[in-house]
Design a protein around this ligand. Sequence first.
Ligand SMILES: Cc1cc2nc3c(=O)[nH]c(=O)nc-3n(C[C@H](O)[C@H](O)[C@H](O)COP(=O)(O)OP(=O)(O)OC[C@H]3O[C@@H](n4cnc5c(N)ncnc54)[C@H](O)[C@@H]3O)c2cc1C
Length: 286
Amino acid sequence: MRGYIPDYQFITPDSLGEALSLLANEPQKWKPFAGGTDLMVLLEAGKLTHRNYLNIWPLKELRHVAVDESHVTLGALTTYTDVQANPVLRTEFPMLCQAASETGGLAIQNRGTLGGNIINASPAADSPPALLAYDAQLELSSSRGARWIAYNGFHTGYKEMGIRDDELLTRIRLQRSPRPLIHYYRKVGTRKAQAISKVCLAGVLLLRETEVEDVRIALGSVAPIPLRCVLTEDELRGKNLNPALIHTAVRELATEISPIDDIRSTKDYRLRVSQNLLADFLTRPQ
Ligand SMILES: Cc1cc2nc3c(=O)[nH]c(=O)nc-3n(C[C@H](O)[C@H](O)[C@H](O)COP(=O)(O)OP(=O)(O)OC[C@H]3O[C@@H](n4cnc5c(N)ncnc54)[C@H](O)[C@@H]3O)c2cc1C
């Protein structure tokens, strides 16, 4: 049954500074409310246990895409629609745009934010594999200041992550590559649209002739957290990309992921599909 609205407190700070002061003064009391697309589902189901929300949605400081010579930096409130509309993201970070275009329907894309997707921390979320494969960095801000951390390692367990109670996720930074990368993003769900992933793989590859100069691989829905597959990457880096190496990498992947049976899929299906997607990604350049 839907949560009883008068039980909830919802306040709108005038600025990022005011939001951070409220979090600093009563850090356990307030939780951010961005687009609300995850939080409203909990409210409707009567499962929204936390009662006090800071409405950060109107904070313009957190909604922008800034491009400089070395990086593209996105405010945490950047929506999926904003992502798809940006020409630099479309050209240089196509996996993020593809993830955005395959997230929910238009209403969710207009309202759902990248920051909310990261902090909601669903292992089945669609932007985290792309952000991990692009080796994104996160800016966490509090009234004490801001700190940048690597996104890889941010999720430490199911719905557990390295953000403090008085912090907001404020920006996401992506390093631009001086050389063209091969990008591969595949979300496998029950149907093409409005489906939660059974498996999602994002990968980027930099080749020097046939040698793997660099590779980053991330998967969703195969572990309690969105996972960067560093062991599989290590197996590939610095070696000649050939069928034998692809076979070895596919075998290594099975030791690195820990898919489970649930209502959306089975452990065996997720393992097989993850391996097939990895082989497909690595076979394309040949
Ligand atoms: C019909 C439907 C379809 C969906 N389809 C998909 C899909 O295909 N793929 C997918 O990945 N997701 C999907 N979602 C989930 C959801 O839309 C996304 O996770 C979205 O990005 C959440 O962003 P939000 O701004 O709405 O988050 P909110 O609901 O506002 O917040 C989510 C969580 O993040 C916290 N939070 C938000 N912003 C910040 C911040 N800046 N700093 C600190 N904490 C913050 C909140 O406190 C809350 O805990 C779907 C949801 C619905 C209802």
